[in-house]
Design a binder for this molecule. Structure first.
Ligand code: NAD
Length: 316
């Protein structure tokens, strides 16, 4: 009899995103999940609720909740979805400082209790927080990943499918760059069953879809009024975890540490990566137009400003 390893997945931050990651991981039976939060009872309550859903949804993954980091010991994957949202009157730099401090604290705990894990950062501003985690953890760069490009790509895929009236499953897309206003959607690598979307939609329609993708997070924030997206972000994190724990080697856009690829180095930004049991196993360099290359560099510049902000405030 082949006994499969039971993976352990820590979700740090049991808010909307963390709990949704836990739910999808349990439903996909990717491993046992430990939800962690600083708020007393929050992680425990959600974990119990998810456990009670198991018999109906048909999963055997264990979901537990805790306020004690010792319980993440030995995790194979740690998801960092803890942080504050930007509140009215709070500048980007204020958010950077507050979430940066949270990430640094959490990474100390991950380094202590789960030193062999692959770490997936979700907290915004994403690329800067992933760099902060990498700096603090001192793990090999492939074991620290930021989730964003696959969410931006999922949004682009959904909008293309809605525009063409085709099944979402037939649409593939690639979005590079930093998560936010400077993302770089690549229409030439966006296809419907292998057909480039540039052959199916007029340029002005593609431009409108790209613009909606760029503002995809804001559109949801405006509708929700409080809080931000969590179903699609949670689904994307679960997809990354699946590729890691099952060593599937999926090719996905993630925020990865660059060492000269795309003429960029010593920062995290969204690029296509091959994701397997060791985290990022390869960064792919796609041919880009001059305009897209310039946009990627502009994106990287924005990330560097954030990193400098953290250094000025002595968080890194
Ligand atoms: N990368 C992406 O594409 C993407 C997508 C969606 C959300 N986000 C980001 O993910 C983060 C979480 O979003 P959310 O909607 O789940 O927010 P949320 O407010 O619902 O949850 C955040 C949770 O973090 C907890 N927390 C705060 N400090 C902590 C600490 N030191 N240790 C453990 N837990 C702590 C809070 O108690 C809260 O439960 C935000 O920064 C958000 O901007 C990123």
């Amino acid at each position: 009899m082949v006994v499969r390893k039971r993976f352990k997945i820590a979700c740090i931050g049991a808010g909307n995103v963390g709990a949704t990651v836990a739910q999808y991981c349990a439903e996909m039976e990717l491993g046992d999940v430990v939800l962690t939060d600083i708020v007393e009872g929050l992680a425990q309550g959600k974990a119990l609720d998810l456990t009670q859903a198991g018999s109906i949804r048909g999963y055997g993954s264990m979901v537990t909740g805790t306020n004690d980091y010792a319980d993440i010991a030995g995790s194979d994957v740690c998801v960092v979805a803890a942080g504050l949202p930007r509140r009215p009157g709070m500048s980007r730099l204020d958010l950077l400082e507050k979430n940066g401090a949270i990430i640094v604290d959490i990474c100390e705990m991950i380094a202590q209790y789960a030193p062999d894990s692959v770490v997936i950062v979700v907290t915004n501003p994403l690329d800067v927080m992933t760099f902060a985690a990498f700096t603090k953890l001192q793990f090999p760069p492939g074991r620290v990943i930021g989730m964003a490009g696959c969410l931006d790509s999922a949004r682009l895929r959904a909008f293309v499918a809605l525009e063409l009236g085709v099944n979402m499953k037939n649409v593939e897309a690639m979005v590079l760059g930093s998560h936010g206003d400077y993302m770089v959607p690549l229409p030439q690598y966006t296809t419907v069953s292998g057909v480039p979307v540039t052959q199916l939609l007029q340029p002005d329609h593609i431009d409108a879809i790209v613009e909606r993708t760029r503002k995809g997070g804001g559109e949801i924030v405006a509708l929700l009024k409080t809080g931000s997206a969590f179903y699609a972000p949670g689904a994307c994190v679960a997809q990354l975890i699946q590729s890691i724990v099952r060593d599937e080697k999926q090719l996905l856009p993630c925020s990865a540490y660059l060492t000269g690829q795309y003429d960029l180095s010593d920062l995290y930004v969204g690029v296509p990566v091959r994701l397997g049991k060791n985290g990022v196993e390869e960064i792919l360099e796609l041919p880009l137009s001059d305009e897209q290359r310039a946009a990627l560099h502009k994106s990287a510049e924005e990330v560097r400003v954030g990193i400098a902000g953290l250094r000025e405030r002595n968080i890194l």
